[in-house]
Write a protein that binds this ligand. Structure first.
Ligand code: HAM
Length: 429
C-alpha cells in the first residue's frame, strides 16, 4: 500500500464506526436522557459495566452457534494472556455483574438500565454499524409474567418518543422442555424438506435449527410456511405464561402482533420474545428498533449454581436516531443562546471572563469569538448564527464597567452597568 493511501485510510474512522458531530451528538445525548428518565419513572436504576469482558461470558451466554459469537466478536488477547472481547451485547454482561456482586441478596427482582457502545463485526449497511449504541433494560430475579409486560411497556413508551408508529411483535419460545421437544420436530421437518431449503441453511440445521426459521433465503422462506410451530408444542406452563403476558398487555392497551416466526438470534431466550419494528415510508420493509425477551436459563448456562429468572430488552440507538422525527430528542444541556458576547481590545478581553462567569451563574449560555478583535466581524458572526442580542464590551466599557446590549434586529442598543446586567437581560424577550 502506498504511504499516501495508508495515510488517507487511517485518517478515516474505522469501517462501520462513526463520529457524532453537531446535531447528531446532541440527539444521541437527548435520546439517552429521555430513555433514562422514562426508565427511572418505571422503577429502573442505572448501571455501567466495562466495555471489555471475558470471552467466555458471551460464548456461554449468547451461544457459540450464534452469528454474534461465531462471526462478529472483536476479540483480543491481553499481554497477561486473558481472552477478552469488546462487548457485543449487554445481557450476559449484566448477568455476570449480578452474580459477581451477589445482587441475589437484594430485594428481588432488581430493575436495571444501561447504555453505551457495543461492538459487532457485521457487514456495515444502512442502520447497521460495527460500533452500535444500545439502551437496555433488565429485570433480574423473578419469573413473573407481569415483568415481561412492564419491560415491553417501558421500551414502547421510550420508542413512542420518536413520533413514529411502532409495532410490537411478540412470540413465545416455551421453556427448555418445550424447546427440546420442538427441536426434535423441527429437525425431522427440515430433514424431510432438505432438498428444498437453501444450502446455507442446511449447514445451520445441525448447529441451531431454530435459526433456519429466521432465514432470509427465498427457498427456505417458502419451506418455512409449513414448518411446525412451536406454539403447537407448548406445554401448560409455557401457555399459561404467554397468556398471562398477553393479558397484561391487553389490560394496559399496549398493541401487539403475535408473530410465530420470531425467534431472535441469541440462544439465551426462553418463553417470551419480542421485537419493536417500524416500517419505512412506503410501508414495505421493516426495521427492528429493539428487541428482547425472557432468559430464565442464562445464569446456569454461565456457570451459576442457581436458576435466576430474568427478562429484558435492548433498543438500537443508531436506528432510533435515524427514524425519529426532528426535534424528538433535545438534551437539557443544549440551550439556544440568546446572547453573542463581543469584546474589543486588550482591556476588554481580560475582563471578558468575569462577564461570561456572571452570565453562567445566572444560567445564560452565550456564544462568542474571543479570538477576534474586530467589531464588524463579530457582529457578522452573531448575525449568521441568528442570535437575537449582542453584548458589546469595548475599551470604554471595560473602563466604565458597563456593557452595551444590542438588539440585533432593531439595532437599538443600551448601555448597562455590569452589576445590573443580569437583571436587565432578564427583561428581554
Ligand atoms: P439484539 O436484538 O441483538 O438484542 O439487539 C437489540 C437492538 O440493537 C436491535 O433490535 C437493533 O435495533 C440494534 N442493533 C443490533 N445490532 C446492530 C448493529 N450492528 N447496528 C445498529 N443497531 C444494531 C440484544 O442485544 C439483547 N441483549 C437484547 C436483550 C436484553 N434481551 C434481553 N435483554
Amino acid at each position: 500500500m502506498s504511504a499516501a493511501k495508508k495515510t488517507k485510510d487511517t485518517l478515516q474512522a474505522p469501517k462501520g464506526m462513526r463520529d457524532f458531530i453537531g446535531d447528531n451528538f446532541y440527539t444521541k445525548q437527548g435520546f439517552y436522557e429521555k430513555a433514562q428518565e422514562i426508565a427511572e419513572y418505571y422503577g429502573f436504576s442505572g448501571i455501567e459495566l466495562p466495555i471489555l469482558e471475558h470471552e467466555d461470558i458471551f460464548i456461554k451466554g449468547v451461544g457459540d452457534n450464534t452469528d454474534i459469537v461465531e462471526k462478529e466478536m472483536y476479540s483480543l488477547k491481553t499481554k497477561g494472556g486473558d481472552k477478552l472481547v469488546m462487548r457485543p451485547e449487554g445481557t450476559a454482561a449484566i448477568m455476570r455483574s449480578y452474580i459477581e456482586h451477589g445482587m441475589g441478596s437484594l430485594p428481588q427482582p432488581v430493575f436495571l438500565y444501561y447504555g453505551g457502545p457495543f461492538f459487532r463485526h457485521e457487514r456495515p449497511q444502512k442502520g447497521r454499524y460495527r460500533q452500535l449504541y444500545q439502551f437496555g433494560l433488565e429485570i433480574i430475579g423473578s419469573e413473573k409474567a407481569v415483568l415481561d409486560a412492564i419491560t415491553i411497556q417501558t421500551g414502547y413508551q421510550i420508542l413512542k418518543e420518536t413520533g413514529q408508529d411502532i409495532t410490537i411483535k411478540i412470540n413465545t419460545l416455551g421453556d427448555s422442555e418445550v424447546r427440546k421437544e420442538y427441536l426434535k420436530k423441527l429437525k425431522a421437518f427440515y430433514r424431510k424438506n432438505s432438498k428444498r431449503i437453501a444450502k446455507k441453511d442446511l449447514e445451520r440445521l445441525s448447529t441451531n435449527p431454530m435459526r433456519v426459521l429466521d432465514s432470509k433465503e427465498p427457498d427456505t422462506i417458502l419451506v418455512n410456511e409449513n414448518a411446525p410451530t412451536l406454539i403447537s408444542t407448548l406445554n401448560d406452563i409455557s401457555k399459561k405464561h404467554f397468556k398471562s403476558v398477553l393479558e397484561y398487555l391487553d389490560a394496559a392497551h399496549i398493541p401487539y402482533e403475535i408473530d410465530n416466526t420470531l425467534v431472535r438470534g441469541l440462544d439465551y431466550y426462553a418463553h417470551t420474545v419480542f421485537e419493536y419494528v417500524t416500517y419505512d415510508k412506503d410501508g414495505n420493509s421493516s426495521l427492528a428498533l429493539g428487541g428482547g425477551g425472557r432468559y430464565d436459563g442464562l445464569a446456569k448456562v454461565m456457570g451459576h449454581t442457581k436458576d435466576v429468572p430474568a427478562v429484558g430488552l435492548g433498543l438500537g440507538v443508531d436506528r432510533i436516531m435515524d427514524i425519529a422525527k426532528e426535534g424528538s430528542f433535545n438534551p437539557k444541556i443544549r440551550k439556544k443562546p440568546k446572547f453573542f458576547f463581543i469584546q474589543i481590545g486588550y482591556e476588554a478581553k481580560g475582563k471578558a471572563f468575569n462577564i461570561i462567569e456572571i452570565l453562567r451563574k445566572k444560567k445564560y449560555p452565550i456564544k462568542h469569538s474571543l479570538s477576534k478583535n474586530n467589531l464588524g466581524k463579530q457582529l457578522g458572526i452573531a448575525e449568521s448564527l441568528g442570535i437575537p442580542y449582542a453584548l458589546i464590551f469595548g475599551k470604554k466599557e471595560a473602563i466604565d464597567s458597563t456593557v452595551i446590549v444590542r438588539n440585533m434586529k432593531t439595532r437599538k442598543q443600551k448601555t448597562i452597568p455590569i452589576e445590573e446586567l443580569a437583571d436587565y437581560i432578564k427583561t428581554l424577550k
